[in-house]
Design a protein around this ligand. Structure first.
Ligand SMILES: Cc1cc2nc3c(=O)[nH]c(=O)nc-3n(C[C@H](O)[C@H](O)[C@H](O)COP(=O)(O)OP(=O)(O)OC[C@H]3O[C@@H](n4cnc5c(N)ncnc54)[C@H](O)[C@@H]3O)c2cc1C
Length: 432
């Protein structure tokens, strides 16, 4: 149970980053997680259809607690709660129990934010935000579970799409305007909530060779003529999140559901970059979840004449985890605070901001993978038995370091705070 009055809490979540409203959101989610997810977390990955466990949990979280309308503007009956500190505190708590559920919830916001951003912050494309929200905000504010999806990855290298230096030139999902409609053809792959999403925010290009000029961000609802799916991917972890291919064949939507060119690209990049900080929070949540199991098990289990955690080799490891969790938490809180205050810290999509967010995520994701894997050593056979609960974190954390372009792109981006490392797909010796 999250004790917000302890000194440890205050040191972990300092007042300079977390205000009273944010503490309230965090406590609501923490209590929900302890009550609704922790008791069934070991069954989540076996809920093939999502009907028994995953969807009932998401319904309570998204609809009953109201998180489905977090990012919808107040004008449309939403919460307009756009603080990344609040969002990260929520993701940390959810990932403490289940990374897949955390992704499924976060990616509803991720799919809706571009329209909200346009409506509230980009006057030149406010009409786009308005058209999308007029049509779809009522879906997400009603008392039923709905999913959105931020759909950019494709079968041929998602990293090349998420690599911002490629300027959208490798997005092969094609959009064109015919009459007063967008016409979309192509295949997307992997997006969270794909296959169950009621609404896609789709990254397309009208003419890949033209790069950003041809880039288009288009909303497509489902079910919709010309939109279909492959099978759900079977993953080693994070199975509370659905991933599949989405096929677009002559899919047509009204022209005012899409935008193109540099402003579309700017909104797209802003949305991508914000997710790096969210995923650091997810990694910290998974480390905390694994640590809590280790702490308890090694306190109860006696070997060599005393509890496992009283042996110095175990204590050294537990202390190392305390350090990593504290550093990871400080990192996402500071990063999200900086995102929440662009008036002081500058653009979200500058080389510096991307370098810090992306390299920090890569580093924390690697450390979390390493520690969760090593932690198994202290649990004996219970470490890899399903009932021991620990192996779930071992499987879930593996996903965290390959999403969002993976650790390599993260570290490459970090270098760009200091020198112009070129890791694009274009230039001498690369693609034409
Ligand atoms: C659970 C889950 C949720 C996801 N959610 C979403 C989502 O919501 N929306 C969405 O659009 N996508 C989503 N994805 C897709 C995800 O972002 C991609 O799978 C990820 O970016 C890796 O892409 P890829 O598998 O195509 O790897 P590839 O692009 O084939 O890359 C392979 C490897 O090449 C290396 N590499 C990459 N770039 C370079 C470079 N420039 N130079 C040298 N080496 C490089 C890296 O090591 C990388 O691992 C999700 C995936 C998963 C598993």
């Amino acid at each position: 149970m999250l004790n917000q009055n302890s000194q440890w809490y205050k040191l972990q979540y300092p007042e300079c980053f977390v205000d009273e409203d944010q503490k309230m959101i965090q406590k609501t989610v923490a209590d929900f997680v302890d009550r609704e997810i922790m008791p069934v977390r070991y069954k989540i990955d076996e809920d093939e259809t999502h009907e028994e466990i995953v969807e009932p949990i998401l319904k309570k979280l998204q609809v009953d607690l109201g998180f489905q309308k977090t990012v919808i503007p107040k004008d449309y009956g939403g919460n307009e709660a756009l603080s990344l500190v609040s969002a990260a505190l929520k993701q940390e708590q959810l990932a403490r129990a289940d990374y897949g559920i955390s992704l499924a919830s976060a990616c509803v916001d991720w799919g809706l934010v571009p329209a909200t951003m346009a409506y509230l912050m980009f006057p030149s494309v406010k009409d786009w935000g308005k058209a999308v929200l007029d049509k779809f905000a009522p879906v997400f504010t009603e008392d039923r579970l709905h999913f959105a999806c931020f759909n950019m990855s494709e079968v041929r290298s998602a990293c090349d799409i998420e690599n911002h230096l490629n300027d959208a030139r490798l997005i092969r999902t094609k959009a064109s305007i015919q009459g007063s409609e967008w016409v979309i053809d192509g295949t997307k792959h992997w997006a969270s909530n794909s296959g169950i999403a009621d609404l896609h925010c789709l990254a397309c290009n009208m003419d890949p060779a033209s790069g950003i000029e041809g880039f288009a961000l288009i909303y497509v609802p489902e079910p919709w003529p010309g939109v279909s799916h492959g099978k759900y991917e079977v993953k080693c972890g994070a199975r509370g999140d659905r991933n599949t291919s989405t096929y677009f064949e002559n899919a047509r939507v009204p022209e005012d559901w899409g935008i193109r060119g540099s402003v579309a690209w700017e909104i797209f990049l802003n949305n991508v970059v914000s997710a790096f900080a969210m995923n650091i929070a997810n990694c910290v949540g998974m480390m905390q979840g694994a640590f809590d199991i280790l702490l308890q098990y090694t306190g109860d289990r006696v070997v060599g004449g005393k509890p496992v955690r009283e042996h110095l080799s175990t204590a050294m490891f537990l202390g190392e985890m305390v350090g990593a969790i504290s550093v990871g938490r400080a990192t996402f809180l500071e990063m999200c605070h900086q995102f929440d205050h662009p008036e002081t810290y500058g653009s979200w999509i500058s080389d510096s901001m991307v370098a810090k967010a992306r390299a920090s995520l890569s580093y924390i994701a690697r450390v979390a993978n390493d520690l969760i894997s090593r932690g198994m050593e202290f649990m004996g056979a219970q470490g890899f038995a399903r009932d021991g609960l620990y192996e779930k974190y071992y499987r879930d954390i593996a996903v965290a370091k390959l999403v969002l372009g993976g650790v390599q792109l993260g570290f490459f981006s970090g270098c760009r705070a200091y020198y112009d490392l070129d890791f694009s797909s274009f230039g001498p010796g690369k693609l034409a």
